[in-house]
Design a protein around this ligand. Structure first.
Ligand code: FNR
Length: 377
């Protein structure tokens, strides 16, 4: 038994003891041989911080601003599917925790709580003076009306940006899920699609037999024909900022910029889509250069420590998202678990800033980081 939880790895260990195999494998696994999944974490260790000293660091300001919204730190909550498998409170716990911490929450299309319920769940905190910034992660469906209906609901429910995931024309091959014949527990629902299921003879067709893997609502109806023209069309259908999530190259970053996108998330879906792509921290600098610093670039993948956040900001990210650590925290202790995780990570980031001689986010730049000499070619 662990005496006191000191890090995100500690929380992860506790969650591994708690979750059943079906859920644990679904959350933990990457695609194929999981090369990218593990490299996301390891890659951070290839970079070293170059600290500067004797600069008054008695006050450190971690706040940052994106699309005119101020956040208390650049540590955001990633969109991840089916959070009620981790804990009955599910997405409500993680959304409320993000709200209390003054950071951005992103909700998956394939959540087990509807986007309206998530919005409703933070209202009491907002009434107490907290600010809730919620972004909606969108999977683009073959049926345009279905996609647009989700955007309209997100707009109505107070979400303030749309993250279009572009790395999932097909669901990646996660071997553990195939071997386990992964099933979402039957008492859970993909809540954003509940209306379609009620009294519907097409239940099988549109998904809450999404006890099968890959869930039909996720896989069968995603549009593998998606192109930049479609993304531009979606952008023309909403007044909200649109970010593309899943970009890994400067070529695509430039197209995103030229296509009028409002932001980019460097992501490889936590190593769950194409295996053997670069770790996101390695891809970050090239994506930042590809969009010429004209739109915000955010990143996710393998962030577990405050120094990881610092390295990402130094390489040009405006903010990072954490994915699996949120799921481990929910499994450990629901909303309190996510509170603890965000407290630890932001305290670690504050410390990384102070010990490097940075007192505000804008101080952190490329001069504070180098590739470890053993990786020079
Ligand atoms: C995800 N991710 C994800 N992304 C997305 O755009 N829509 C989704 O529904 C999901 N679902 C999902 C489920 C699970 C179990 C995981 C682990 C991840 C990817 C997620 O947004 C993010 O890119 C990664 O999780 C970041 O990597 P780390 O922080 O998990 O290492």
């Amino acid at each position: 038994m662990m005496s006191k939880i000191a890090s995100l790895s500690d929380i992860e260990k506790l969650a591994f003891q708690k979750l059943d195999k079906n859920a644990l494998d679904y959350y933990a696994s990457g695609a194929q041989d999981e090369i990218t999944h593990y490299d996301n974490k390891k890659a951070f260790d290839r970079y070293q911080i170059r600290p500067r000293f004797l600069r008054d660091v008695s006050k450190v300001d971690m706040s940052t601003e994106i699309f005119g919204e101020k956040f208390s730190s650049p540590i955001f909550v990633a969109a991840s599917a089916m959070q009620k498998m981790a804990h009955p409170i599910g997405e409500v716990g993680s959304a409320r925790s993000a709200c209390k911490h003054g950071v951005c929450y992103s909700l998956s299309t394939v959540s087990t709580t509807s986007l309206e319920e998530v919005s409703e769940s933070v209202q009491s905190l907002v009434a107490e003076g907290h600010k809730s910034v919620r972004w909606f992660q969108l999977y683009v469906y073959k049926e345009k009306e279905k996609t647009i209906a989700l955007i309209r609901r997100a707009e109505k429910a107070g979400f303030t940006a749309i993250l279009i995931t572009v790395d999932t024309p097909f669901t990646g091959r996660r071997l553990a899920n195939i071997r386990n014949a992964f099933k979402m527990p039957t008492h859970l629902k993909l809540a954003n699609f509940e209306a379609e299921e009620d009294g519907n003879s097409e239940k099988e067709e549109c998904g809450n037999d999404d006890s099968t893997w890959p869930p039909k609502l996720v896989a069968g109806q995603l549009d593998p024909g998606l192109s930049w023209e479609d993304i531009k069309w979606i952008k023309s259908q909403t007044h909200l900022p649109v970010l593309v999530k899943g970009i890994l190259t400067h070529e695509d970053a430039k197209i995103a910029l030229d296509s009028g996108m409002d932001g980019i998330v460097v992501s490889n879906h936590g190593g769950r889509q194409l295996d053997s792509v670069s770790a996101t921290i390695d891809a970050l600098a090239e994506v930042v250069s590809g969009c010429e610093n004209k739109i915000p670039v955010l990143m996710d993948g393998g962030v577990m420590r405050g120094t990881d956040v610092f390295k990402a900001i130094a390489l040009g990210a405006k903010a990072v998202f954490v994915g699996r650590p949120v799921l481990w925290s929910l499994a450990h202790d629901g909303e309190n678990g996510v509170d603890l995780m965000l407290d630890i990570l932001s305290e670690e980031f504050r410390m990384a800033m102070a010990l490097s001689g940075c007192t505000s986010i804008k101080d952190i730049n490329r001069n504070y980081i180098q590739l470890s000499p053993k990786y020079y070619t």
